[in-house]
Design a protein around this ligand. Structure first.
Ligand SMILES: [Zn+2]
Ligand SMILES: [Zn+2]
Length: 280
């Protein structure tokens, strides 16, 4: 039986509508986005013509980008992103390239037990990548999405057997947070990545049921208890024995990913691995 017939995909695989946010926050958004959302699948010629009238600019260095560009990050700035390079810690994905430690795990992972099988991160949470993630997440610069998808595609081509995964699940946000932000950045990342590799996204089966203060506002100790019990599964019928790729934007302490992995495994998932843009 095909996996896609085992459970309901409770949300279409397209990115969720971002129009309300764009209309209410015009200053913070790429001017092209409302039209892109209304028309859905733009063809490249249409985009190029529109870019002639409203040229995209690189969100970092502000140079004007030519027509037919989908991403608002120029090649030079993209090239300055500090990529995560192997060898990786076999658990949390941290690069061990400058480590004198010869173990396969970083020092943190020698002391921590995670529920997920392993995690991967495409880059380091600093410099341009950190700035881009902030612009995307907090300023609604969704035109950075193609650059993030490119990072995922380049990374997975080199280091991950992506076909071993049956489904992608984005780390959910609480509905209050979605109302505030109007989108879940992890879901946008997952949907765009899925569009390029064909692995289905199950976005509504894992939900964040408890509204919690942002992890960044808490001490390391507070973060674990803050997130405990925050997630739940609404429909576990599709999970049984499946290999899940859990996606998020950033891995900092790993508590959020770990709690999601725990719930997914309790719900019957065969294994859970994590993929994020940046490792803090
Ligand atoms: Zn630039
Ligand atoms: Zn590690």
């Amino acid at each position: 039986m095909k996996f896609s017939s085992l459970g309901k995909i409770s949300r279409p695989l397209n990115p969720p509508a971002t129009l309300p946010y764009i209309l209410t926050n015009p200053e913070q958004n790429d001017i092209l986005l409302p039209m892109k959302n209304v028309l859905g699948s733009w063809n490249k010629i249409g985009k190029g013509l529109l870019n002639l009238v409203y040229p995209l600019e690189c969100q970092i260095c502000k140079i004007e980008l030519g027509p037919f560009k989908e991403s608002c990050l120029c090649n030079e700035c993209k090239g300055r992103i500090r990529l995560n390079l192997p060898p990786f810690c076999l658990k949390c994905g941290k690069s061990l390239i400058n480590s004198t430690y010869t173990n396969a795990y970083c020092q943190d992972c020698m002391r921590t037990t995670y529920h997920f099988r392993r995690a991967w991160a495409t880059g380091h949470y600093q410099g341009i990548l950190k700035d881009c993630i902030h612009l995307f997440k907090f300023n609604g610069k969704l035109c950075l999405l193609p650059a993030f998808t490119e990072l995922f595609l380049n990374f997975t081509k080199l280091y991950i057997k992506i076909n071993e995964f049956d489904a992608i699940i984005p780390v959910p946000l609480h509905k209050t947070k979605i109302r505030e932000r109007t989108f879940n950045q992890a879901e946008l990342l997952a949907n765009d990545f899925s569009r390029r590799n064909g692995i289905p996204v199950y976005a509504d089966n894992l939900i964040k049921a408890k509204h919690t203060p942002p992890q960044t506002e808490l001490s390391k100790e507070g973060r674990a208890s803050n997130i405990k019990g925050a997630f739940k599964i609404t429909d576990s019928s599709f999970l049984k024995g499946k290999n899940i790729l859990l996606m998020d934007d950033v891995f900092t302490t790993g508590y959020t990913l770990n709690e999601c992995a725990k719930i997914l495994l309790e719900g019957g998932a065969g294994s859970v691995a994590c993929l994020v843009l940046a490792r803090g």
